[in-house]
Design a protein around this ligand. Structure first.
Ligand code: CP
Ligand code: NVA
Length: 302
């Protein structure tokens, strides 16, 4: 594993190794055991979009691991004024030990890895959000113990979260169902891969998708960069809300996950959100532990 550009690049056993390491680092942190695996190393974090969880968890994660993190806003970097990613990659590789990037185009992340000479971590693109899904898998494992035979249902827009959840869900042995409007389906190649490699359904019928689910997951209707489409999207997604009716067809011990930020009253009711707040905030906490595992795997010197 040289980079974390998308979950599709990881094998099933690499995902399980990361989850085991994350659980170990979490336990050590809880017990006050220092683990300075990245002593003296520096992670650069390029943000072309806003962030609360990703920024803070990477920054705290690097501190926990004995290194430091630099927050690099595209508003201030020359990349924001058109300096090519090829040049940015080669320059930053001379200063840093690793780069985390949150941006729009997946290609930009792939190019950073191609032209740079240090590990690159995808902190969200329009296409996928692998760090989030590693944290989600860690949380599901904590609550459900095993993945095999579990049903993971995602309700909402078929973009970054859905794409990564399909890959992470199928690779860990869960069945995956997606409920979304026909015009907002996940990536066609990812869906074709999922059908070949596991049990996968994409439907407009939200109750069919949620039936007997062990995990129901949702995300905002208008993602970062789509603010101008918010009104249209509110109409298109009106029937795709996680509410008590949806929860009533899932398993009685079904957990709810949300990558956050949440828009209560849109993709999820306040009632369902608050009833499952512990699971959702454990998930948010697990961003820290899962990403520390990624940082150690990619950056720890032999
Ligand atoms: N879930 C997530 O990536 O949150 P932020 O946008 O706050 O980083
Ligand atoms: N789909 C959302 C996820 C935020 C973590 C977005 O891209 O804005």
């Amino acid at each position: 594993m040289k980079h974390l550009l998308k979950l599709g690049d990881l094998s099933r056993s690499e995902i399980f190794e990361l989850l085991d390491l994350a659980a170990q680092l979490k336990e050590e942190k809880k017990n006050g055991i220092e683990h300075h695996h990245l002593k003296g190393q520096t992670l650069g974090m390029i943000f072309q979009k806003s962030s609360t969880r990703t920024r803070v968890s990477f920054e705290v994660g690097m501190y926990d691991l004995g290194g430091i993190a630099l927050f690099l806003s595209s508003r201030d970097l020359q990349i924001g004024r058109g300096e090519p990613v090829q040049d940015t990659a080669r320059v930053l590789s001379r200063y840093l030990d690793g780069i985390m990037i949150r941006t729009f185009e997946q290609q930009e992340v792939e190019d950073l890895a191609k032209y740079g000479s240090i590990p690159v971590i995808n902190g969200l693109t329009d296409y996928c959000h692998p760090c989030q899904v590693l944290a989600d898998l860690l949380t599901i494992k904590e609550y459900k113990d095993t993945f095999d035979g579990r049903k993971l249902c995602f309700i909402g827009d078929g973009n970054n979260m859905a794409n990564s959840l399909i890959v992470g869900g199928i690779k860990t042995g869960m069945s995956v169902s997606i409920a979304c409007p026909g015009d907002y389906q996940p990536d066609a190649d990812i869906m074709a891969w999922a059908k070949e490699n596991g049990t996968f359904v994409c439907t407009e019928n939200i109750l069919e998708a949620a039936a007997d689910a062990d995990v129901i997951y949702t995300d905002v209707w208008a993602s970062m960069g789509q603010e101008g489409e918010a009104a249209d999207r509110r109409k298109a997604f009106a029937g795709y809300q996680v509410n008590n009716e949806v929860m009533s067809v899932a398993k009685s011990d079904c957990m709810v996950q949300h990558c956050l930020p949440a828009h209560r009253g849109e993709e999820i009711t306040d009632e369902v959100f608050e009833a499952h707040a512990n699971e959702i905030f454990d998930e948010a906490e697990n961003r820290l532990h899962a990403q520390k595992a990624v940082l150690v795997k990619l950056m720890k010197k032999a």
